[in-house]
Design a protein around this ligand. Structure first.
Ligand code: TPP
Ligand code: MG
Length: 372
């Protein structure tokens, strides 16, 4: 991470925000069709949900709410000095991880950036292992040595958390290459911000995935800012998905307002990867409600812009849809209470867990057995 991210004042945690009013504007699907190699989404989301779809939405809502509450508590713990280093929150973007991973099988892989809590949790990492990792404790997913930016969980095929912008994209192509070589039928999802698209690693990774027809979906989470720099000051085109054309791969592009839409649209790309072994670049337009990291007061954007985007919060949209379609307030509250319990248990677990023992240093550095 750059020195400019040096920690200053930590952002104080706010209580969970109240539900915001709908209706929302219709999802703006802006995939252009005149420039070739465009993924035409075959799936659409029904206006009125069946009981089965409603239960599924409830499950996705629960996952999104877990990310939000866990991160709100992580922000509080950071302000209390219990978490050191950097902490990049995913608040506002939860529907991307939850919707896309809903389209996967458990044996599929995910690879992502430092903004990795949502992807790790959704792929199945326990809230306890995640929170303990943030606290730098021995019970964390990486024994407390990786921290927020380097979550990793072999058991759930969450292959990291990486701090070098764009550096993980060729790694993800390598994972997809391994799947193709072994013919294991697995798909890799690779997440990155729009800031990574101008980095060499993006082009190297996408180029090889296209050439070798790898089973991978590149998901650009375009939250409009790279640290404090807006997209308009880093790229010559506003449509990130256009980058797919140069590599002759399929592409898609949409605004994230509805988690079910994310599942359906990413699901199309996952199907293409699994059945045809073809890569896709998907640009999802999203927004982070907090600063880049805890040290960022986000003065480069206006309150009006932030409030407008909060009106389109996919988490609250899902909650309101559930309520509107007959999911009783009592059931919603009981789901929220379950999440609350899970988060509190994770905090207690992290608090009470031991620090890593100094003996770990030897086995995890080049002075130890790995040096041989
Ligand atoms: C190669 C490299 N250059 C610069 C940085 C410093 N840096 C950390 S995050 C970031 C912004 C990335 O923005 P984006 O890719 O849009 O992801 P977001 O943080 O918005 O999720 C930068 C420049 C870095 N980590 N790695
Ligand atoms: Mg960004």
């Amino acid at each position: 991470m750059s020195q400019s991210e040096a920690q200053t004042e930590p952002e104080m945690n706010a209580a969970p925000s109240p539900a915001l009013p709908l209706p929302l504007p219709p999802s703006a699907l802006v995939t252009s069709s005149e420039m070739g190699a465009v993924a035409v989404p075959g799936a659409s989301v029904p206006a009125k949900l069946s009981q089965g779809q409603l239960e599924h939405l409830a499950d996705l809502y629960r996952q999104m709410y877990l990310i939000r509450r866990l991160e709100e508590e992580a922000a509080r713990a950071y302000a209390q000095g219990k978490i050191g280093g950097f902490l990049h929150l995913y608040i506002g973007q939860e529907a991307v991880a939850v919707g896309s991973i809903a389209a996967l099988r458990p044996d599929d892989y995910v690879v992502t950036t430092y903004r990795d809590h949502g992807v790790a949790l959704t792929k199945g990492m326990s809230a306890k292992a995640l929170m303990a990792e943030l606290f730098g404790k021995a019970t964390g997913c990486s024994k407390g040595l990786g921290g927020s930016m380097h979550l990793f969980d072999k058991a759930t095929n969450m292959l990291g958390g990486y701090g070098i912008v764009g550096g993980h994209i060729p790694l993800a192509s390598g994972v997809a290459f391994a799947s193709k070589y072994r013919a294991d039928g697995r798909v890799t999802l690779c997440y990155f911000g729009e800031g990574a698209v101008s980095i060499g690693g993006f082009h190297e990774g996408v180029s090889l995935a296209a050439l070798w027809k790898l089973p991978i979906v590149f998901i650009c989470e375009n939250n409009e800012y790279s640290m404090g720099t807006p997209l308009s000051r880093t790229m010559s085109v506003e449509d990130v998905s256009l980058k797919a054309i140069g590599y002759g791969i399929d592409r898609d592009r949409f605004f994230v307002e509805d988690v079910l839409t994310v599942e359906a649209r990413i699901g199309e790309a996952v199907k293409r990867a699994r059945e045809l072994s073809l890569p896709t670049l998907v640009e999802v337009r999203t927004y982070r409600f907090r600063g880049h990291s805890m040290s960022d007061p986000a003065k480069y954007r206006t309150n009006e812009e932030l409030e407008e985007r909060k009106q389109k919060d996919p988490l609250f949209r899902a909650r309101l849809q559930l309520a509107k379609e007959g999911f009783g307030e009592a059931r919603l509250k009981s789901m929220d209470d379950d999440v609350e319990r899970e988060v509190q248990e994770a905090i207690t677990f992290a608090d009470e867990s031991p620090e890593p023992d100094a003996s770990l240093l030897e086995s995890t550095t080049y002075d130890g057995p790995f040096a041989a």
